[in-house]
Design a protein around this ligand. Structure first.
Ligand code: PEP
Length: 260
């Protein structure tokens, strides 16, 4: 793989997934604090993913800033219609989002989302012009059984099925080992690097070497201010998807402004 710094096109992405937290006033206050704390962060793309209900308000208040807005999920259907409770990708775009997270392990585990479902959401999101942060990752059981790579490969291939080379430019992969999410137990930089290099290889095998070299792969799972720099020094780690530590603007800003 290309050593870090050689592959200039892979601008790091540090994304905060707020999950089901924050009423609108709190979301706006957090976003406005963050806005000044990361105003000079030109080394990476800063992304936050508020809940649907706060998305437009936060996006409006951050207009003109260097913070991008992501949704946490989208409907698999592109066409508007009778899908109670769903939000279409173009509606998210309309509300100010330019990114969307799909296939988060909480959705796979608690809402039975399959790779096919993730693939449909991905296609709908790309059609609406959103950049997709597609989450993949194995459970502890799968890792201990020696199946981590096979599981991640299956999720990747399933989620990316039928996408064109043009579509793939809009894909960011987030490797989030399920055993590291919200547990305080982060993968070591070496463990994460090993899987990231594998993901890049799988992507390159399926879609060509250039696509592989250009793919941004984020690590997610208990990322904190004290472990981000070590992760970011790995050649195939191009950023982070941060859950718990993204809720506090000071803490998230320390992650964004990691020691480079
Ligand atoms: C996540 O939910 O995507 C995540 C990585 O959570 P945490 O940082 O809290 O482990």
């Amino acid at each position: 793989m290309m050593p870090k710094g050689v592959e200039q096109s892979r601008k790091p992405v540090i994304a905060g997934n707020w999950k089901m937290h924050k009423l609108s006033a709190d979301a706006v206050a957090t976003a406005l604090s963050l806005r000044s704390l990361v105003a000079n962060a030109n080394h990476c793309e800063v992304v936050i993913a508020p809940v649907f209900t706060a998305l437009k308000t936060v996006a409006d208040r951050l207009e003109g800033s260097n913070i991008h807005i992501s949704a946490q999920d989208c409907a698999p259907e592109a066409k508007h219609g009778a899908h109670t409770g769903e939000v279409a990708a173009d509606m998210l775009r309309d509300a100010g989002a330019t990114y969307v997270i799909v296939g988060h392990s909480e959705r796979r585990q608690h809402y039975s989302e399959t790779d096919t479902f993730v693939q449909r959401k991905t296609r709908a999101a790309i059609a609406a012009g959103l950049t997709v942060i597609m989450c993949v990752g194995e459970t502890l059981e799968q890792r201990e059984a020696g199946n981590a790579e096979q599981v991640v490969k299956g999720q990747l291939e399933g989620g990316l099925r039928e996408l064109t080379v043009t579509d793939l430019v809009r894909i960011i992969v987030a490797y989030e080992p399920v055993w590291a999410i919200g547990t305080g137990r982060t993968a070591t930089p070496e463990q994460a690097q090993e899987m990231h290099a594998f993901i890049r290889r799988v992507f390159a095998e399926g879609h060509g070497q250039d696509a592989g070299n250009n793919l941004r792969i984020l690590y997610g799972g208990s990322v904190k201010p004290d472990n981000i720099a070590g992760l970011m020094r790995q050649s195939d780690i191009d950023g982070a998807l941060v859950g718990g530590a993204s809720l506090d603007p000071e803490v998230f800003a320390q992650i964004v402004n990691y020691d480079r």
